[in-house]
Design a protein. Structure first.
Length: 134
């Protein structure tokens, strides 16, 4: 995996960055010898100022036309003041409702949010089924 990032959720909102290319999820290059999970957390902190913790869910993989594979790891917000990494071309960092983010985010990353949304629904249905002892 050459590129890794995080899908940071917090109270129904997702953490996004704004660049000249549009609204995106925080991500970056996996350094030689670095685990993709570590790169995802590091890049998210560098680009947004947020400290995050991976949820342990499997990453959502995206293969670009170039053949590069990007992995996005579900994470939760822990702390930190949001601050864009201006020297990397990040203009803004903000929380956006998941449904709004899906419409605003760059087209190639929409499917990532779709997977996360489907996982959340499935998880809620399983919890409900267990509670109802179905």
């Amino acid at each position: 995996m050459e590129c890794a990032g995080c899908i940071v959720l917090n109270n129904g909102n997702v953490l996004v960055i704004k660049t000249k290319r549009g609204i995106e999820l925080p991500k970056g290059i996996v350094e030689p010898g670095e685990a993709p999970e570590d790169a995802a957390v590091r890049e998210t902190a560098e680009e947004t100022g947020a400290t995050v913790e991976l949820t342990g869910e499997p990453p959502v993989l995206l293969e670009k036309r170039s053949g590069r594979v990007m992995g996005f790891y579900p994470a939760t917000y822990v702390s930190g003041e949001l601050e864009p990494q201006a020297d990397e071309g990040i203009e803004a960092v903000r929380w956006m409702p998941l449904s709004d983010a899906r419409e605003a985010i760059r087209r190639n990353q929409r499917q990532i949010l779709d997977v996360v949304f489907r996982r959340r629904i499935a998880s809620r249905l399983l919890r409900l089924a267990r509670r109802l002892e179905i």
